[in-house]
Design a binder for this molecule. Structure first.
Ligand SMILES: Cc1cc2nc3c(=O)[nH]c(=O)nc-3n(C[C@H](O)[C@H](O)[C@H](O)COP(=O)(O)OP(=O)(O)OC[C@H]3O[C@@H](n4cnc5c(N)ncnc54)[C@H](O)[C@@H]3O)c2cc1C
Length: 339
């Protein structure tokens, strides 16, 4: 991942503006340390923590609104485990990293948008905005904050699960269901999730079973509805997922039984990728998402959130849509405060 991407013309422009170019050019080659000093000195209208699909979309909206923006990104998007991303118009079947790379190139066209690689570890309210600190101890100041930090999937302790995640263990049929239509498929889950996904996935395949990996918590009504659609509920404890390089072969049970499957849907537990919104006082929903209003405002004035960290409808298209809207709403708030 690139260290800091910005155009050389912008670097020179800033250093000229700060009156430092002459002095610095005598002391340092024109390299990364100089650039870091440049960003350290600058105050931003908006700092975006998280520079994947939602964060880059917010950055583009704000760059086009002539805002000085800093995007901080640690380079760990949730979909990095999947070889191909689907169901994002114009980019269907494109590797996720290629979509993000094109997004970065396009955002970098805007001189007022800077990006820095790193992990934001702390943020605090200041009288005139916010201060954000990276793990490198660099600090940046901004009038508004946008968290586009995504979530982290917490894999169950089943050998093979993480190897298959995004390849043959899938989170969403709209992203990957077409590629595994009609194949022998399992749903790994229990209770309402298993029932909801049992009904949903029956749209993509008739050869479906639910694996609860222990005692079922589905209601008798749910089980009988599933039975009518020939979807069995199997409670046997799972030992491992058998696979070749992430391509699922089947489930191995503790009693030695094996059921062959080509795909499994699962919704693992998740955690917020960053604790900073919570530390700043942003309220979370009962499900663990950052609570926002219709304008992507969190419960903390001046702090906005967008993308996977606010919704379970996890798609690139949705993240981009939310990021664009959040950027527009932040710009609107800045205009209203200063008009
Ligand atoms: C396995 C898998 C496959 C998927 N396949 C598809 C698909 O085919 N089609 C589709 O439309 N969607 C797919 N999705 C969903 C899609 O990946 C997400 O909806 C999308 O990535 C959300 O974008 P985001 O920007 O909100 O978060 P992310 O893409 O997860 O990015 C969050 C970014 O914030 C950074 N970050 C977090 N905390 C900090 C911090 N403190 N400091 C700095 N940076 C930080 C992270 O490093 C990361 O780069 C898939 C998801 C998964 C898990």
């Amino acid at each position: 991942m690139d260290k800091v991407a910005t155009r050389a013309t912008s670097r020179r422009k800033f250093l000229r503006q700060s009156g430092a170019l002459m002095a610095l050019s005598l002391q340092f080659p024109f390299n990364f340390p100089v650039l870091k000093m440049k960003i350290m000195k600058e105050r931003f209208d908006v700092i975006i923590v998280g520079g994947s699909y939602a964060g880059l979309a917010a950055g583009m909206a704000l760059g086009r609104a002539l805002r000085n923006v800093l995007i901080i990104d640690a380079g760990k998007p949730a979909n990095r485990f999947t070889p191909y991303s689907h169901n994002f118009i114009t980019q269907d079947g494109t590797p996720p990293a290629a979509i993000a790379s094109l997004a970065r190139q396009q955002v970098d066209q805007y001189d007022s948008v800077m990006r820095v690689s790193g992990l934001a570890v702390h943020a605090e309210k200041r009288p005139d905005g916010f201060l954000v600190q990276l793990d490198s101890l660099e600090t940046f100041q901004g009038s508004k904050l946008i968290f586009a930090t995504g979530v982290v999937d917490l894999f169950p302790n089943i050998p093979g699960f993480s190897d298959c995640w995004g390849k043959s263990v899938l989170h969403c049929p709209y992203c990957h269901g077409y590629e595994v239509r009609g194949v022998k498929t399992g749903i790994l889950g229990n209770g309402d999730f298993a029932f909801e996904f049992g009904t949903l996935i029956s749209n993509w395949t008739d050869d479906l079973a639910i694996f609860t990996n222990g005692v079922s918590t589905l209601t008798p009504g749910q089980i009988s509805a599933l039975r009518k659609h020939h979807i069995p509920v199997i409670e046997d404890p799972i030992k491992a997922l058998d696979h070749t390089q992430g391509s699922l072969k089947g489930i191995v049970f503790h009693d030695g039984r094996f059921i062959d499957l080509k795909a499994i849907y699962s919704r693992p537990a998740f955690a917020q990728h960053s604790d900073i919104p919570k530390e700043l006082g942003c309220e979370l929903t009962s499900e663990g998402y950052i609570q926002i209003d219709g304008s992507h405002r969190t419960s903390v004035p001046g702090v906005f959130a967008c993308g996977d960290n606010v919704t379970k409808l996890r798609t690139v298209a949705n993240a981009v849509s939310m990021g664009t809207t959040a950027g527009m709403m932040v710009n609107k708030e800045l205009i209203q405060e200063n008009f």
